[in-house]
Write a protein that binds this ligand. Structure first.
Ligand code: ITT
Length: 206
């Protein structure tokens, strides 16, 4: 493999390998992405915000204070179900309790929706970008869909086995990763982030 010398270095403030894999595919060859998996002794980041945006900003700025010269991005994301007034929302990762597995979170959601005929939902993703300890911007993406009655498929992570994106019949876990990465909440947010970098680069050249 040859190094891409013109690529921009980004540090993704996560230990969630699934997110890292998706970001790597979404950002492509113009970016070199690292995450926090090889970093030991980092303080635990408490996600005390009330919104995806607040939590994404907390993650990005906390890590930027530790690595001030890196361009840091953080993703806060989750599933909002209309029938449940937007739950699990920012609690998506811990819906069935702190450190709950994806399987337990999915089981709890299906239980809450038992018998419900109205099953509309959306995934939301906010990415915060920080450099030199300061927030530079936030970008947002979402994808609408519906919750199935039981899990289907092996791809992806989290709630993918029970989420059918609008216009499809398969769940995100049944669709190939490049289809998810063409339409997902994270794909839409990353596209906006890349537009931000391109605009910043153009105005720096002027
Ligand atoms: P970091 O905070 O370290 O990035 P995390 O998994 O705790 O990792 P979040 O707090 O943003 O991240 O919670 C995101 C949760 O939302 C995730 O654990 C899933 O349950 C759900 N989620 C987000 N994006 C998803 C996707 O693309 N497919 C399925 N579930 C998703």
């Amino acid at each position: 493999m040859t190094a891409n010398l013109g690529a921009m270095d980004l540090l993704l403030a996560t230990r969630n390998q699934h997110k890292t894999r998706e970001f790597t595919q979404l950002l492509g060859r113009n970016f070199t992405l690292r995450d926090l998996t090889s970093q030991r002794d980092l303080p635990e980041i408490l996600e005390t915000g009330r919104t995806f945006e607040e939590n994404a900003v907390i993650k990005a700025t906390t890590i930027s204070k530790i690595f001030p010269h890196k361009m840091v991005i953080a993703d806060d994301s989750g599933l909002e179900v209309d029938m449940l007034a937007g739950a699990p929302g920012i609690f998506s990762a811990r819906y069935a309790g702190e450190n709950a597995s994806d399987r337990r979170n999915v089981k709890k959601l299906l239980c809450e929706l038992q018998g419900a005929t109205e099953r509309w939902a959306r995934f939301r993703c906010v990415i915060a970008l920080a450099k030199n300890r300061k927030l530079m911007t936030t970008v947002v993406g979402e994808v609408a869909g519906a919750i199935t009655k039981s899990p289907r498929g092996e791809n992806g992570f989290g709630y993918d086995p029970i989420f059918v994106p609008e216009g499809f019949e398969e769940t995100f876990a049944e669709l190939p990763s490049n289809t998810k990465n063409a339409i997902s909440h994270r794909a839409n947010a990353v596209a906006e982030l890349v537009r931000y970098f391109n605009t910043a680069r153009r105005s720096a050249r002027k």
